[in-house]
Design a protein around this ligand. Structure first.
Ligand code: PLP
Length: 383
C-alpha cells in the first residue's frame, strides 16, 4: 500500500506534485507515494492501455461503474445537462437517472440511431441547451447493437460549447474496444471501458478504464484518488496478463460470432438478429458502421419467436453456453436483458428502446464454433 521515500525532500516533492501545489519541473515525475494515488502495476498498465486508443493519459478503476461514476462526478455540476444515447447499460442508466438527479444534474436521452437534426431538436425543445455540459454515448448500444455516430455527437458538442462552457463527449467503448473502434479518432474527448469484459477477458476480475487528454484525465484521476475508486495492484497485475492475449482473444471471438450469427439468422425460431456483421448496404447504419468500426465484434442479440417463456426455455436448455450476465470473456454467455441486465430500466423506455421479452443477448467466446452452434441448435430445438 505504501512506498518508502529515499529522503524527506523526495516525500515533500512528490506530495507537492500529487496535490497540484506547483507545476512539474522539466522531466519531473510524481514518485510513488501511496497506492490510492499511484502504484507501479497501475502505472505500467495505464501506459500500455493508452496505446490502443491513442490517448495521452489513462486511469484504471476498480469497476466500469467506478470509472463512469467518477468521471461524471468530476465533470458535472448541479444544474448541468447530460445528453446521452439510449439504450445504455442498466447500471449507467440507473446512475444517470436515479443518482445524478439527486445532485441536480439533469439528463436527456436520444435514440442511438438519431442523426444531427434529431439530437439538436431534442436539445432545443428541452430549453436547456445553455446548460449542456456533457454528451455520453454507448456505442454499440447494449443490448441492441445500434451504433451511435461519434462524429455527429462531437459536432454537436463543439457547436453547443461557448467561450466559458466546454461540452465534453465521453464514449463507453466496452463492446468493440479497444480493438475494433477508436472513439478519440472520431472526435470523442474521453473513452471509457468496463475492463471486466474484453480487456480482462477471463471473467475473473472487475475493473474499469477512462482515457483521454492529459488535462481531462488529471481531473478524473484527482477525484479517483479522493474517492478511492482506483483498481488495486492485484487487479492491475491481472489486467497486464490479460493484455498479452487481448488481440488473439478478440479476433477469435469476432470470427466465432460471425459463424454463430450466420447460423442464427437462418433459424426458423429466430425472428430477428441484431449483429453488426449482417448490416447490408441498404441498412441506414451500414455507412456509419464502415466509417466508425473496424470489425463487428462478438456481441449478438436476437429475438426468439415467442416471448419470455420461449426465451427462458432456450436459456435453460443451454449446455455449453453459460447462462450469465457480463460479456467479453473466453467463455460464451447468454442472458435475457429485459429481466436481467436491463431489468432496472423503466418498462416503457425499455419497449421504446426495442428491448423486448423475446430478446436474448449472446457474448461469443473462444470455444470451437461448431460446438457453440450445436449447443444453440439443441437449445432452440427444446423451445
Ligand atoms: N458499460 C457497459 C457497456 C457494460 O456492459 C457494463 C457492465 O456490464 C458496464 C459499463 C459496467 O461495468 P462494470 O460491471 O465493470 O462496473
Amino acid at each position: 500500500s505504501t512506498f518508502v521515500f529515499a529522503n524527506a525532500e523526495d516525500g515533500k516533492a512528490f506530495f507537492e506534485l500529487a496535490l497540484g501545489m506547483r507545476e512539474k519541473g522539466f522531466e519531473e515525475k510524481i514518485g510513488l507515494i501511496y497506492s490510492r494515488i499511484n502504484n507501479p502495476d497501475l502505472e505500467i498498465l495505464e501506459d500500455r492501455l493508452t496505446l490502443w486508443d491513442g490517448a495521452d493519459a489513462c486511469a484504471v478503476f476498480e469497476s466500469g461503474m467506478a470509472a463512469i461514476s467518477t468521471m461524471f462526478l468530476q465533470l458535472l455540476r448541479p444544474g448541468d445537462l447530460l445528453l446521452h444515447s439510449e439504450p445504455l447499460y442498466g447500471g449507467t442508466d440507473y446512475f444517470i437517472k436515479r443518482v445524478l438527479t439527486q445532485f441536480g444534474i439533469r439528463s436527456l436521452g436520444f435514440k442511438a440511431d438519431s442523426g444531427y437534426d434529431e439530437i439538436e431538436a431534442i436539445l432545443s425543445k428541452s430549453g436547456l441547451s445553455d446548460r449542456l455540459a456533457m454528451i455520453f454515448v454507448e456505442t454499440p448500444a447494449n443490448p441492441t447493437n445500434e451504433i451511435v455516430d461519434i462524429r455527429t455527437c462531437a459536432e454537436i458538442a463543439a457547436n453547443q460549447a461557448s467561450s466559458d462552457r466546454r461540452v465534453v463527449l465521453a464514449v463507453d467503448n466496452t463492446f468493440l474496444g479497444p480493438l475494433w473502434q477508436h472513439p478519440l479518432e472520431h472526435g470523442a474527448d474521453l473513452v471509457l471501458y468496463s475492463a471486466t469484459k474484453y480487456i480482462g477477458g477471463h471473467s475473473d476480475l472487475i475493473a474499469g478504464v477512462c482515457l483521454g487528454s492529459e488535462e481531462l484525465m488529471e481531473r478524473v484521476r484527482t477525484l479517483r484518488s479522493f474517492m478511492g475508486t482506483m483498481a488495486g495492484p492485484w487487479t492491475g497485475w491481472l489486467l497486464l496478463r490479460s493484455l498479452e492475449t487481448l488481440k488473439l482473444r478478440m479476433t477469435c471471438q469476432m470470427k466465432n460470432a460471425r459463424y454463430v450469427a450466420d447460423f442464427l439468422a437462418d433459424h426458423p425460431k429466430v425472428e430477428r438478429i441484431y449483429y453488426l456483421g449482417h448490416l447490408t448496404e441498404s441498412d441506414p447504419q451500414h455507412e456509419l458502421y464502415r466509417r466508425q468500426c473496424l470489425a463487428p465484434g462478438a456481441m449478438i442479440s436476437f429475438d426468439i419467436v415467442g416471448g419470455e417463456a420461449e426465451a427462458f426455455r432456450f436459456l435453460n436448455a443451454l449446455q455449453l453456453v453459460k447462462l450469465a450476465v457480463s460479456l467479453g470473456g473466453t467463455e460464451s454467455l447468454a442472458e435475457h436483458p429485459a429481466t436481467m441486465t436491463h431489468a432496472d430500466v423503466d418498462p416503457e423506455d425499455r419497449t421504446h428502446m426495442g428491448i423486448s421479452e423475446k430478446m436474448i443477448r449472446l457474448s461469443v467466446g473462444v470455444e470451437n464454433p461448431e460446438d457453440l452452434v450445436t449447443d444453440l441448435d439443441q437449445a432452440l430445438a427444446a423451445v
